[in-house]
Design a protein around this ligand. Structure first.
Ligand code: ATP
Ligand code: MG
Length: 449
């Protein structure tokens, strides 16, 4: 049972108070709604301040003649008010609408009845409104559900998921972020309507997926809702039930991937890499001498991960980072400073730290009996990395004590300059030469034809 906090006016930003009080003075019922009310009752700082008002958008506009407005949400009745370089969204009360395509209401109907506005909202814990002199409005038992950590659709779950399939992804996201569970009727409807997720625009899905993946309670969602997730991530389905060899593994390939993803720090690039690192195992599984092997799976995982990220329209830079980690997650790093420097050269410092984090999560998701030994050897690599970083070790051309101009000055020309620099870097990384200017200049002189 969660204890709920009392909401105090002092927790609310001055700009929000100004907007609400001006509209209320003019006689329009106006209040905080949705996520910010939920978060305040939970004692959390809200991510954004959703405001709702009985005033129509034109009436809101008239109430703030001097304030710059953002109008992209206008067709949903939402205006953005820009105060002190922050945008505050205010939505005119709307009522139940009809949906023909599982995602957009056919028309937006305004109302002055707050309860009707709350009735169109997705979950009871998101269907509460608050203002100091109005108190808490909670017509659907949101507080009771919040105390129990329960997500329950407002109204009939079947109908609500049928209207807007995105609500199912939102349910999974709230479970992963808040650690809540689903009311049985909501859960049943969600399983039944999952296939309709394919109808939702990929940008909307991904916004929810990203928050889901970085949630603190990710593991149960990945395990209990794998079939739903596989509707939008079909690449994961072949891992369900895919056996992995003892003694290294005690989980099937999906549970292993899910555990790795939940284990790694909640940053999107790391969570995606952990989730995708073994995607190629189903395709590459083979049995040799009675043991199952996945030869070359990292390369196949890489290409499946690339396809998944392209389909979900992830930015190119994130795609490159994640797919590189996936492709290289199995690379051996011998316990030698030169080997660590070679990896530093390939990944950069931050990238190598990510790779080691991925390796650590991978180990944590394998047989716990083997963990101490495997973690100990990974820790040796981490210590070597720290030592290299601490001594300002050279692992990229920009760290090298000589540059292209130096090589030109001693008579190298054209492509020989670049080749010469790379050769010197290799010698330094391998520890055959110190990163010291006179030594490197001498070595460069020896390269002249
Ligand atoms: P957070 O801001 O923490 O992401 P939130 O619940 O505020 O969570 P928003 O996307 O900001 O999420 O939506 C604000 C409110 O609008 C929600 O609390 C909910 O009441 C309502 N809402 C949002 N999306 C939907 C939807 N697809 N169907 C019904 N109601 C929705
Ligand atoms: Mg919100």
């Amino acid at each position: 049972m969660l204890a709920l906090k009392a909401i105090k006016q002092t927790q609310i930003p001055a700009a929000v108070r100004l907007i609400v009080s001006r509209l209320r003075e003019q006689g329009w019922e106006t209040c905080l709604v949705g996520g910010c009310v939920r978060d305040l009752l939970l004692g959390k700082t809200p991510a954004d301040w959703d405001l709702a008002t009985a005033a129509l958008p034109d009436q809101v506009r008239a109430a703030f003649p001097q304030v710059p407005l953002l109008e992209q949400g206008l067709k949903h009745g939402t205006l953005g008010l820009v105060l002190e370089r922050q945008v505050y969204e205010i939505t005119s009360f709307r009522q139940e609408e009809t949906y023909l395509d599982h995602r957009h209401p056919d028309q937006v109907l305004f109302t002055t009845d707050l309860n009707r506005d709350l009735a169109r909202r997705d979950f009871t814990v998101n269907a509460m409104a608050w203002w100091e002199d109005g108190g808490l409005r909670d017509p659907f038992g949101g507080q009771a559900d919040l105390r129990q950590g329960l997500l329950r659709c407002v109204g009939l779950p079947d109908r609500r998921f049928n209207e807007d399939a995105l609500r199912m992804m939102r349910a999974l996201r709230f479970m992963a972020v808040l650690g809540f569970s689903l009311h049985p009727d909501t859960a049943r409807a969600l399983r039944q309507h999952s296939p309709e997720l394919t109808l939702v625009a990929v940008e909307r899905l991904r916004a929810e997926l990203d928050r889901l993946l970085t949630g603190a309670s990710l593991l149960p969602v990945l395990l209990d809702w794998k079939e739903t997730l596989a509707v939008i991530l079909p690449e994961i389905r072949p891992l369900f039930g895919l056996k992995q060899p003892l003694p290294w593994h005690i989980y099937d390939a999906w549970e292993h991937s899910a555990r790795a993803a939940a284990e790694i720090a909640p940053q999107l690039r790391l969570r995606l890499a952990a989730l995708c690192h073994d995607l190629g195992k189903a395709e590459t599984a083979s049995v040799k001498d009675g043991t199952i092997h996945f030869y070359g799976h990292a390369a196949v995982s890489r290409s499946l991960c690339e396809g998944l990220m392209l389909r979900l329209k992830y930015a190119k830079a994130l795609r490159a980072t994640v797919t590189h980690l996936v492709a290289r997650h199995d690379v051996e790093i011998p316990l030698k400073p030169a080997a660590v420097r070679r990896r530093l050269q390939e990944f950069g410092q931050a990238g190598l730290q990510d790779l080691l984090a991925l390796k650590r999560a991978d180990i944590m998701a394998q047989n716990p009996a083997l963990r101490p030994r495997r973690l100990a050897s990974l820790q040796q690599v981490e210590l070597l990395l720290q030592a290299e970083v601490a001594r300002g070790s050279c692992f990229s051309l920009s760290d090298l004590a000589v540059n292209g101009r130096d090589l030109l000055a001693i008579g190298l020309r054209g492509p020989a300059v670049g080749q010469g620099l790379r050769l010197l870097l290799e010698q330094v990384v391998e520890g055959r030469l110190p990163n010291d200017r006179p030594t490197l200049l001498q070595a460069a002189r020896n390269l002249r034809p």
